[in-house]
Design a protein around this ligand. Structure first.
Ligand code: FAD
Length: 232
């Protein structure tokens, strides 16, 4: 489906991450984990890039996507938009979705790869599903953690949701995990890890390394879903 909508809200999530909201057309249906294509004018051209919806299908009034600001052309144009500016949207696309079909899911994300994961976490919480969800969000520093407050709130509301933040360049005050997503972290945080369905999202290098780690843990391919944020 293609449509154009004015931006209704812009939220600075971290120093280099912003969320953009707009009204959800009544006929726009999507699954948690799916992405849209967002077209904006960059110089003389109209440029289109994919972004996962960080909103949940249970949020009926708005759609939201969240962009890591890179300082490049498209990013700078999007960063300079204001409420009222029009976005051209096409979608939804993508197969890394969740609709309540599994009992236990592990969501493993690197950096901005958390966008489909928050959609799935909100979906499970809003629908009061008893799906066991463990989200591991890996970031460089504490200030890079996207949706920290929102995820902690969801965790407080949903007894089946566990959120683990791990930092690769943590300050000395950080009390949490300080490692890349690794076999140790998985087996420690998800003792019954063999029973889980895995969702991986982030930069291609991160997704590939987590995939080979899951292979070492003898998780079959058919229990792994992934979305690679190519383009970085
Ligand atoms: C299915 C899918 C879903 C996605 N969802 C999201 C999402 O939810 N949030 C999100 O932030 N991103 C998402 N992405 C990635 C997104 O589409 C963009 O590719 C990304 O945001 C980078 O776009 P950009 O225009 O900022 O950077 P680009 O200009 O495309 O730059 C990307 C990289 O290219 C290199 N590069 C480009 N130009 C230069 C230059 N002049 N000099 C040196 N290096 C350069 C750099 O390494 C840079 O980091 C998704 C991608 C896919 C495929």
């Amino acid at each position: 489906m293609e449509f154009s909508e004015p931006i209704t809200k812009i939220m600075q999530q971290t120093p280099d991450v912003k969320s953009f909201r707009f009204n959800r057309p009544e006929s726009f249906d999507y699954k948690a984990g799916q992405y849209i294509l967002v077209t904006i004018p960059v110089g003389e051209e109209m440029v289109r890039k994919p972004f996962t919806l960080s909103s949940s299908p249970t949020e009926k009034d708005h759609l939201e996507f969240t962009k890591k600001l890179t300082g490049h052309e498209y990013s700078n144009v999007l960063d300079s938009t204001d409420t009222g500016d029009i976005l051209k949207i096409d979608g939804p696309y993508g197969k890394m979705t969740f609709e309540g079909e599994y009992d236990k899911i592990a969501l493993l994300s690197g950096g901005i790869g958390v966008t489909p994961m928050i959609s799935i976490c909100k979906y499970c919480t809003d629908l009061k599903l008893d799906t066991m969800v463990t989200l591991v969000s890996s970031n460089k520093t504490e200030e890079d953690i996207v949706f920290r407050d929102e995820l902690e709130n969801l965790e407080n509301q949903n007894k089946y949701l566990k959120v683990v933040f791990t930092l690769t360049r943590a300050s000395s005050e950080w009390q949490g995990c300080r490692e890349y997503i690794c076999e140790n972290l998985i087996t420690r945080e998800i003792p019954d890890f063999k029973d889980y369905l895995y969702y991986l999202c982030g930069p291609p290098g991160m997704v590939k390394s987590v995939e080979s780690m899951l292979e070492n843990l003898e998780i079959p391919d058919e229990r792994i879903k992934k979305e690679l944020f190519t383009g970085y």
